[in-house]
Design a protein around this ligand. Sequence first.
Ligand SMILES: [Fe+2]
Length: 378
Amino acid sequence: MSLLGASVGPAGDVVTVEMAAGPVRFHALWLRDNARDEASRHGDNDQRLFDVTELADEVTAMSAEVVNGCLVVAFGPDGVTSVYDEVWLEANRYDGSVTASFGRPVSWGAAGLSVQRLPWTDRQDLEAWEAITMALVRDGLAIVDGLAVGDDAAGTGATGTGAGIVDVANLWGPVRETNYGEIFHVRAEANPTNLAFTPRALNVHTDNPYRRPVPGYQLLHCLVASDVGGVTVLVDGFRAAELLRGEEPGAFELLSTRSVPFRWSGDGFDLQNRGPLIEVEEGGPEAGAIRAVRYNNRSAAPFDQPFDEMTAFYEAFRTFAQLLHREDLEYRFTLAPGECLVFDNERVLHGRHGEADPERYLQGCYLDRDWIHGRQLT
Ligand SMILES: [Fe+2]
């Protein structure tokens, strides 16, 4: 692998680099904006030191050549020269179809899922931690086990009852606190502020689409299991959205381009946000890929589509909802005491099948996405 050569187009506005896979074009302005020289980027943090308004109106490449395996470009009119190595060019090229270099989601149906686990005792094993972190990005879920059990276990291991949900969150980062507090308690309550805090069966959903930003990850730690009912149901929303795109492209188009309102009020808060039920990547190497799914029948506010679109929107919405309830997409299991399910809250829908035993007790919390997806793995 090496750069084979480079040339500048006749107008000086395009540089063509002969890379292993063939010629790849870069705009001179793009290369100048991303110049790697020390006047352009800070040596310690690699942050850009100038603003685009400081560049000349017409940036040109005066010369481009390969020197010691790297691309060297001299720019006019400011005379800056910058060196780009092959790895950087490969990671950032945008000409033609390119492959994203980050870990990417792989969607699953119930049959194809094998849930990655991390025993709490292995938490300091870097390889094990990386494996579960990668699984969270790939599958959207994983389980940490060997944690505290019992009704009196606190949210952390501080009481000596074993590791709690905050300890699990802290494997990646700080808890994203909400008006429910640092952790929330899923068990039957006398005056529930949310249907989740009752023993009722719960339709599959993503949590809190009414918050801005929506919590990226959710953790659910089982302290006391249910003798009857309380089966956890998970559905990969990305798989459902992909199926919708294949089976009903018109419905997919509507749900991925029209935003809907979400709302929850109580406890002195009136939380509102809006967004499409299916969000797709709009640009870049992953353009068109599913980015997020939001579905929550309890907190969907009245739809506000234009009058002439409402009938078609409802038809698309109903079609997607039916897909999300398809049995072959449902992964069902019972979370055992001492287990904590960690899942992508903008991808994996969760629900409860059957009425749960009022004794069942889970603790939950949220974690922002960057603590998991932004990690640099070796
Ligand atoms: Fe929930």
